[in-house]
Design a protein around this ligand. Structure first.
Ligand code: PHE
Length: 342
């Protein structure tokens, strides 16, 4: 029967269909409204009644066969597709996961936060000040005129006149006082980068200082000592002791270097401190000329100031022999400093 030729071809096509989409287009081609089967069924009407029955029977059988073949091929393809995806998207649940790398705050950041925190708790306001400073703020206003020998001690980076990279945070004193416009009491602190032409195991050209300033009526050395002791104990522990040693800074009078009992041996004397004491900061009562430069009357008010190196605090706190690793971005080194919970 020639009616079966297309049907056989259709069956072969269906069995060979490579995709579900190909199955669908074969269905349309053979079983769709405009398809071959519909045309054949329509042709029945032209046949004599007796032939029509037999032909109708055959066509129904073919139709059922094609439908069954399509369903079967679809199922085969779907299963194959599923298996392919299973193979391709295979997830090995036994592989170890990718562990997140937890960072820690940089040790200097930790120390900075700690220092800022204690100053705030002691009632100081924190303020910033320019790192590129005029010579006047950095030196002159701090009682270090052009010919002052102390200026040589600073190994200054000079920028275009009148600018320098500030050699210490002390110019902040002048800025804070002038901004306060004579207001009392003045309790301010700052924390930031300072610059000197220094570079060895314990010095880097860019380093940080923290500095505090108090101006009020009747301020004296006991106030200075009390505040510095509170700060030192907060950072290094309640067992710390401090001592003030007479010293010289042009912007304080009298001036004192503050030593603290060595945090490593608690004052017993060790290889690091030798004497049990470690020099930690510079301080003193604000020089009358500095008060004047800040717009205060030295006959009416007095003040104290102290400043220290943040890296030095970090070195003492962590027992570091060198300062440079703090700025060399070696994660193996930095990872050793678990973040402080401040
Ligand atoms: N500015 C001084 C220094 O850099 C430290 C200091 C600050 C001393 C405040 C006295 C008062 O060494």
């Amino acid at each position: 029967m020639e009616a079966d030729d297309w049907a056989r071809a259709a069956l072969r096509d269906i069995e060979a269909a490579a995709t579900l989409a190909a199955c669908e287009s074969l269905r349309v081609q053979y079983l769709g409204k405009q398809g071959r089967m519909t045309a054949e069924l329509r042709g029945l009407a032209r046949l004599p009644a007796d032939e029509r029955r037999a032909r109708g029977f055959v066509l129904n059988g073919v139709k059922a066969q094609l439908e069954a073949a399509l369903a079967h091929r679809r199922e085969e393809l779907a299963r194959g597709e599923h298996e392919r995806r299973l193979a391709a998207e295979r997830l090995d649940m036994t592989l170890p996961g990718v562990e997140p790398q937890w960072g820690t705050l940089h040790p200097i950041t930790q120390v900075r936060r700690r220092l800022a925190d204690v100053m705030l708790r002691l009632g100081f306001t924190l303020r910033s000040a320019p790192e590129v400073e005029t010579e006047w703020y950095n030196f002159d206003a701090l009682n270090m005129p052009a010919d002052h020998p102390a200026r040589e001690m600073h190994d200054t980076f000079y920028v275009d006149p009148p600018y320098v990279l500030r050699t210490h945070t002390s110019p902040f004193q002048i800025r804070a006082m002038r901004e306060a416009g004579g207001e009392l009491p003045l309790r301010v602190a700052t924390l930031g980068f300072t610059y000197r032409r220094d570079d060895d195991a314990t010095h880097v050209p860019q380093f940080m200082q923290m500095e505090g300033l108090v101006v009020d009526r009747g301020i004296g050395l006991p106030d200075l000592k009390g505040v510095v002791l509170a700060v030192v104990r907060d950072v290094f522990g309640p067992a710390e002791r401090i001592r003030l040693r007479p010293s010289f800074f042009p912007f304080t009078e009298p001036s004192a270097e503050v030593d603290m009992s060595c945090p490593l041996c608690l004052g017993a004397g060790c290889r690091v401190c030798h004497t049990g004491w470690i020099e930690v900061l510079g301080s003193g009562l604000v020089h009358p000329r500095v008060l004047e430069a800040g717009g205060y009357d030295p006959n009416d008010v007095s003040g104290f100031a102290f400043g220290w190196g943040v890296e030095r605090v970090a070195m003492l706190l962590y027992g570091l022999k060198e300062l440079r690793p703090l700025y060399q971005s070696d994660v193996r080194f930095l990872r050793a400093f678990d973040s402080w919970d401040v």
